[in-house]
Ligand binder design. Structure first.
Ligand SMILES: [Zn+2]
Ligand SMILES: [Zn+2]
Length: 342
């Protein structure tokens, strides 16, 4: 029997440990992917901690997967063994529900999620539905592609669905796993980009990422600074800090949109007065499906957008996960297997 290694948690909040599992063949409509790299996202904690509805233990998290197709199940069309593919949070779609029939795959009512519906990418192999696959362009290594599968996709796909146009003021609140990609995407999408973070030392980083402006939230009032720049068309909140988001809302300009992206339980305070005069809105965004991911990867390749990653071998999954939880990752921990191309 052939086996593969996977990092899993056996009970809610438990420690990730490497185990050997039998290698399964993909079923009809599925592919088996040899994982080369997998990013560690903050949202992995909802599975590890057992907060995701219906999640079954043991859990193998990981929804920023880059690798290549190793085996095809019956009926899979348009893909070949060896094709380089990425898989994000959306673990495929049914194609038959009301949302799918309207082409709105990310809101598929079946709600397949990588790492919950099927074991995720902290592993040497993943078996996933073909509808979860996005093609990786040649310009991107697996290590570069992996963080784009959730963090990059969330930034690119949410920003392109706002009303912001070229030259409009777009603020990225927080420069972490999401935000360091958000700044790069916002700049390359043609927005006048403001990075907002805590402390003066992040200013240099913001400039390296291409930001046109930097606001140190520990030294100045974020809302006032944004208004001094003309008011934000979009504030993309990537920080997992409700207080910081609340403090920025007053910086919305005309038709300003507060875009909440970081997964956060705490309420954010917005007064109607902050929205009425500017016709402002508050909304969330779920990331995207595999078609959106493919657009993200192609745009990143076109524009030279790359994550800043700390690469660690799969055996160090528990350490990497702790670095992410402790907010120490600069700016994404990426686990690699022996298949890794980078
Ligand atoms: Zn569906
Ligand atoms: Zn994620």
């Amino acid at each position: 029997m052939t086996t593969f290694r996977t990092a899993q948690v056996t009970s809610p909040g438990g420690e990730l440990a490497l185990v050997d599992q039998p290698l399964a063949d993909p079923g009809p409509g599925q592919v088996r992917v040899a994982v080369e790299a997998c990013g560690i996202c903050h949202s992995d904690s909802v599975f590890v901690d057992g907060q995701w509805p219906g999640v079954q233990f043991p859990v193998t998290p990981g929804h920023e997967i880059a690798g290549h197709i190793d085996a095809l199940g019956d009926g899979v069309q348009g893909w070949r063994e060896g094709d380089r593919v990425a898989i994000g949070w959306s673990g495929g779609y049914c194609g038959h529900c009301r949302s799918c029939r309207r082409g709105d795959f990310v809101h598929c009512e079946v709600g397949m999620v990588t790492g919950a519906t099927f074991p995720g990418g902290y592993a040497e192999y993943v078996v996933a539905p073909e509808s979860a696959l996005a093609r990786i362009p040649d310009e991107l290594s697996a290590v570069d592609a992996a963080p784009l599968a959730c963090a990059g996709l969330t930034m690119f796909n949410s920003l392109r669905h706002t009303g912001a146009g070229p030259g409009d003021l777009v603020a990225i609140l927080g420069i972490g796993g999401l935000g360091h990609l958000g700044v790069q995407f916002a700049v390359k999408m043609g927005f006048r980009t403001v990075a907002i973070a805590r402390g003066p030392e992040k200013g240099e980083l913001a400039r390296q990422l291409g930001a046109h402006h930097y606001i140190d939230s520990t030294a100045s009032d974020v809302a006032t600074e944004l208004q001094n720049l003309g008011g934000a068309r979009v504030i993309a909140a990537t920080a997992t800090n409700a207080e910081a988001i609340t403090g920025a809302v007053g910086g919305l300009g005309l038709h300003g949109e507060l875009l909440t992206l970081a997964v956060l339980d705490e309420p954010v305070q917005v007064s109607p007065m902050q929205l009425i005069n500017v016709s402002g809105t508050v909304h969330g965004h779920p990331g995207g499906a595999s078609n959106d991911l493919e657009d993200t990867l192609n745009f990143a390749a076109l524009q030279g957008i790359k994550p800043m990653a700390e690469v660690m071998p799969l055996e160090k999954a528990a350490d990497g996960y702790q670095r992410m939880l402790a907010n120490q990752a600069r700016f994404r921990v990426v686990l690699t297997t022996e298949e890794a191309s980078a």
